[in-house]
Design a protein around this ligand. Structure first.
Ligand code: AKG
Ligand code: FE2
Length: 346
């Protein structure tokens, strides 16, 4: 990886990354997965398949609702509503293993806690494989984050400092069923066409592994939807809302979606979300520090999928508040089930 590059090569890479991420906002990254990680990815794939093949009662025992505010575990096909419609996917939400004594767990912050794991010898390696995968994704994202800073003429650790002591790391495993299995309750054929409706990711960067199946589409600056089919061994990396907010729209949180209307087989994907610390403020980079950039911002003038005006997020808003408001919107039924926590504990 770029850790072994000269400063000149790093600068060149930083500019290349800036051009890509401030344009369409999606890149595929080669060289981030070495043989050890490719092996890990194969293990992850086998474990994920086995997880989704468990009988329904065993999956129900792992359902997100049992983990309350920690917001981890399994959700059924149709339980997530990304763009107001029921996504045609089932999934498993995971994160960093936080012990009960972790200050944010003690404070009752949502999305902090322990991961539920399926029992039995077949799943023995699951926790270690996920932890190793997440640790590698974190390294990749930290490196990309320093390149993003470099490309903006900022100190390489600029964003790392904005992240605070502990990034928020979320990891998900998704299964998009073949169309014939899609939700029979979907209101009409259009509902059933979407694995994930149009959205932008909430955090800073997303590093996505996909199993090679088609379906992912990203929207370019002219509003056209382009298919993304990375070569095997590449990661897909995209900009989230936080990077757009912090850079005042210079970097673009790209709308994307997953289509599953023509799938013969199932599609699996493993997105890792690399986000700022839970209590870090979202205030944009002061204009004076961004002056090196000039030019119009890529994100300006677009109507967002969720109607939000990122430029008008109130000063002092913290990442955790932003993300919780969004997450409880896409899982309305689950949010109602775990509601009732005191406002001051976030
Ligand atoms: O499954 C995919 O390829 C993309 C998933 C996605 O966009 C997301 O989880 O935010
Ligand atoms: Fe996404």
């Amino acid at each position: 990886m770029a850790e072994r590059c000269s400063p000149e090569a790093l600068d060149a890479l930083a500019l290349e990354l800036r051009a890509a991420l401030s344009g369409v906002g999606f890149v595929t990254v080669a060289g981030a997965l070495e043989p050890a990680q490719l092996e890990l990815a194969a293990e992850l794939r086998a474990l994920s398949r086995a997880l989704f093949r468990l009988p329904a009662p065993q999956k129900q025992a792992l359902a997100m609702v049992h983990s309350g505010l920690a917001w981890r575990g399994w959700f059924a096909l149709g339980d997530e509503l990304t763009a107001g419609l029921r996504d045609q996917k089932e999934g498993y939400y995971l994160g960093v293993e936080h012990p009960d004594a972790h200050p944010l767990v003690r404070a009752g912050a949502p999305m902090h806690g322990r991961n539920p794991w399926p029992p039995g010898p077949a799943f023995e390696r699951f926790p270690a494989v996920v932890a190793a995968w997440m640790a590698h994704m974190r390294r990749v994202c930290e490196l990309l984050m320093s390149l993003v800073a470099r490309g903006l003429g900022l100190a390489p650790d600029y964003f790392a400092r904005r992240f605070g002591d502990e990034p928020t790391e979320l990891f998900r495993i998704f299964r998009y069923p073949p169309r014939r299995e899609a939700d029979p309750d979907a209101a009409d054929a259009t509902d059933a066409a979407w694995g994930v409706g149009e959205h932008t990711d909430m955090g800073f960067l997303t590093a996505l592994l996909i199993d090679g199946s088609p379906g992912l589409e990203v929207q370019d600056l002219d509003g056209r939807w382009l298919p993304v089919r990375p070569e095997p061994g590449r990661l897909v990396v995209n900009v989230g809302d936080m990077l757009e907010v912090w850079t005042r729209g210079v970097y673009r949180a790209t709308p994307h979606r997953v289509r599953n209307d023509a799938l013969a087989g199932e599609r699996l994907s493993w997105p890792y979300f690399f986000d700022p610390g839970w209590r870090q403020p979202l205030d944009p980079i002061p204009r004076a520090e961004l002056s090196a950039l000039g030019g119009p911002s890529a994100g300006s003038g677009r109507r967002r999928w969720d109607g939000l005006e990122l430029a008008s997020v109130p000063p002092g808003t913290r990442y955790g508040d932003f993300v919780w408001a969004k997450i409880s919107g896409v899982f309305p039924e689950l949010a109602r089930a775990v509601e009732g926590r005191p406002e001051s504990t976030r």
